[in-house]
Ligand binder design. Structure first.
Ligand SMILES: Nc1ncnc2c1ncn2[C@@H]1O[C@H](COP(=O)(O)OP(=O)(O)OP(=O)(O)O)[C@@H](O)[C@H]1O
Ligand code: SF4
Ligand SMILES: [Mg+2]
Length: 388
């Protein structure tokens, strides 16, 4: 059995319950799960060199491998990891901007077929992507009014001034008439990002995929934008994926946190638990390099967090991808991909240090499977899918 043969809730790449897994494993009928990735994989073909042509090699970047996650209504899920770990690729796959190399995406429990035209528009109406750089995402020659009314029109609204003002009110740009006829360069970075969020809300989406939404903003205004997103989550019951390098902000902002390393999700759980008691050595490294005054870390742990650079995703390490950097690496880590081991309170880690813990293998109502064992030995099979 390969990882793709399993229910993603059972495999080693995600917790069975939801994206973080801090609640019991849920069945597909859970109406709170809005968007779901099941064993999603993305390999990008690498431009062939003369050596590749002579050797008839087709190399690929293994940007995302076997990623499963579930986004729930009224909940923020943080996806945290270093640069190049595949976070933006996950967001782009979830927003249907890239075709999948493997796996499946489900919206409202229904598998989504990649399409164009009407089906794509119907999809983006429900799943909106917010980019890192609000200046680049707004057209400099158009006013706020243009951006908002265009979004409203595309999504079938009348696009009246009142509707545009309502969007500005939702993102707390008040009084709205003061902003409506401004151009992007007349706004601050934070105001531009609020306009980008208002434009996304013009679709009445169920899901916001926020790819580093505050990383280009001044530190002083980041909190305001994160608070706005949290407020929208609560008032509009949005499911939000919050992508960030900054694990400390995940603790503050996200209900659940997933940690991504070299294309794979390696740990998940309730944000407080993952950030205060990180289980995976990579999460410990991330935490150690993001000082948090509230956290008490003993000195021994600090010394053992590891160092080094992320691996090449063209030929990622066998076994656990973190093993070349891991101070706790064992022999089997070099050859065997660890499955997800269940820890306490819904936390999980894909790490052989926890092999005495149960491997998550069951869904309520389903019989126990050998999923965990396969996830440990056969996960690499998902990487064999031909790149698109
Ligand atoms: N269109 C593409 N073609 C080829 N390789 C790509 C493409 N997009 C991303 N990659 C590669 O996939 C890997 C993951 O990239 P991605 O942008 O998803 O990472 P990230 O975690 O978002 O990084 P950052 O934090 O720097 O934004 C990287 O090695 C990147 O070079
Ligand atoms: S599986 Fe091994 S190499 Fe990977 S994080 Fe755990 S101890 Fe380190
Ligand atoms: Mg990115």
């Amino acid at each position: 059995m390969t990882n793709h043969d399993q229910d993603p809730a059972e495999n080693g790449a995600t917790h069975g319950a939801d994206s973080s897994g801090h609640s019991p494993i849920l069945s597909d009928g859970d109406s709170d799960i809005v968007l779901e990735a099941r064993g999603v994989t993305k390999h990008f073909p690498v431009r062939r060199t003369v050596g590749d042509l002579v050797g008839r090699r087709h190399r690929t970047v293994h940007a995302v491998d076997d990623v499963s996650l579930r986004l729930r209504r009224g909940s923020v899920t943080a996806l945290v990891g270093e640069s190049g770990s595949g976070k933006s690729t996950v967001a782009r796959l979830l927003s249907q901007l890239y075709p999948l190399t493997g796996g499946e995406i489900r919206l409202g429990g229904v598998p989504v077929k990649a399409g164009r035209g009407r089906s794509f528009r119907a999809y983006v109406k429900q799943v909106q992507l917010i980019f890192q750089d609000p200046f680049a995402s707004l057209n400099p020659v158009h006013t706020v009014r243009y951006h908002l009314t265009r979004s409203l029109k595309i999504h079938g609204k009348q696009a009246t001034e009142a509707e545009a003002c309502e969007l500005l009110e939702r993102v707390q740009l008040l009084p709205p008439l003061q902003y409506l006829d401004k151009f992007p360069h007349e706004l601050s970075g934070g105001q531009r990002q609020r306009v980008a969020i208002a434009r996304a809300l013009g679709a009445d989406p169920k899901v916001l995929l926020a790819d580093e939404p505050v990383s280009m903003l001044d530190v002083s205004i980041r909190l305001g934008v994160l608070n706005l997103l949290r407020d929208l989550k609560e008032r509009l019951h949005l499911a939000i994926l919050y992508i960030t390098h900054d694990i400390a902000s995940a603790r503050y902002f996200a209900d659940t946190t997933l940690v991504m390393y070299a294309g794979r999700i390696v740990e998940g759980g309730d944000s407080e638990t993952v950030t205060q008691q990180p289980a995976h050595p990579y999460t410990q490294l991330l935490i150690a390099s993001a000082p948090d005054p509230d956290r008490i870390v003993d000195e021994e742990d600090q010394e053992e967090t590891g160092s080094g650079e992320p691996p090449s995703l063209i030929s990622p390490p066998e076994g656990c991808r973190f093993h070349p950097r891991c101070p706790k690496a064992m022999e089997r880590c070099r050859t065997e991909l660890p499955p997800r081991f269940e820890l306490d309170d819904g936390q999980w880690a894909a790490c052989w240090l926890y092999e005495d813990r149960p491997v998550a293998t069951t869904i309520p109502g389903a019989s126990t499977t050998d999923a965990g064992t396969d996830a440990g030995t056969d996960g690499a099979s998902t990487t064999e899918v031909a790149a698109k």
